[in-house]
Design a protein around this ligand. Structure first.
Ligand code: URA
Length: 237
């Protein structure tokens, strides 16, 4: 069982805050009953209607691994009419991205209409590792490397990378390329950590998520997940 606002948010319908608003306004109906209480817990197969729309219509579950290119936004729609990650996958299912990558970040992004799996992958307690390759301005010194390894405090919470490796220090272009693995899901977290260290991120690519990689894909391409991979993702719970 999960909190109602979390299940609504994990379905990709809206943010958790917006879901709380809908609940407070009495616009949420669970299994035919209008929700009046706070902190209600539900199952992913309960019938949930938000603002008149059925949330979890019995739709076949679909799972995609996309190599997100630059210049595409990680959401279902964009009020400025920009291209979204959902536009890159031809399906009628109501899929949405699991977490987000910035407009200019490239790399591995999962899309699905499975709210339960989204909940598993984005819940901080499940510690799903994501590895990024970053190119930053300036040369990262051995002292800064140690600082990064020991963790960087972002908005009063320390983020300790699971993995840090310098790939290349380029004196000519005054840049450093490195790998950084994190279990965090906060927005812009890698950029914030490296900026805190004194290095602006010039390029960012998500290389992997848990055991999944971009192998065999080019930017803009996608593939479906295998049953075995889906089961393995569920077992991260
Ligand atoms: N961290 C960032 O700063 N940006 C991303 O797109 C992903 C993680």
């Amino acid at each position: 069982m999960e909190r109602l606002q979390k299940v609504i948010a994990n379905s990709g319908f809206c943010s958790r805050r917006k879901a709380e608003e809908y609940i407070e306004q009495g616009k949420v109906v669970v299994n035919g009953k209008r929700v009046e209480e706070h902190g209600m817990k539900v199952n992913y197969d309960d019938e949930i209607i938000v603002d008149g729309q059925l949330l979890n219509a019995k739709e076949e579950k679909e799972y995609y691994l996309l190599y997100k290119p630059q210049g595409v936004i990680s959401s279902v729609s964009d009020e400025k009419g920009r291209k979204t990650v959902v536009d890159l996958i031809p399906t009628k299912a109501r899929i949405y991205p699991v977490g987000r990558l910035d407009f200019n970040t490239t790399g591995l992004l999962l899309l699905t209409n499975d709210g339960e799996l989204t909940g598993i992958l984005t819940h901080p307690s499940h510690k799903v590792e994501k590895v990024y390759r970053a190119k930053v301005e300036g040369i990262v010194t051995p002292k800064e490397f140690m600082e990064l390894k020991n963790g960087i405090e972002i908005e009063r919470r320390k983020v300790i990378p699971t993995y840090v490796k310098i790939i290349k220090k380029n004196e000519t272009s005054n840049t450093t390329s490195l790998y950084i693995g994190i279990q965090e899901g906060r927005n812009h977290i890698v950029k914030k950590m490296l900026l805190e260290l004194g290095h602006e991120v010039l390029k960012l690519k998500r290389e992997s998520l848990a055991f999944l990689t971009l192998e065999g894909l080019k930017p803009g391409e996608y593939r479906t997940l295998t049953i075995k991979e889906i089961k393995k993702l569920y077992s991260l719970k």
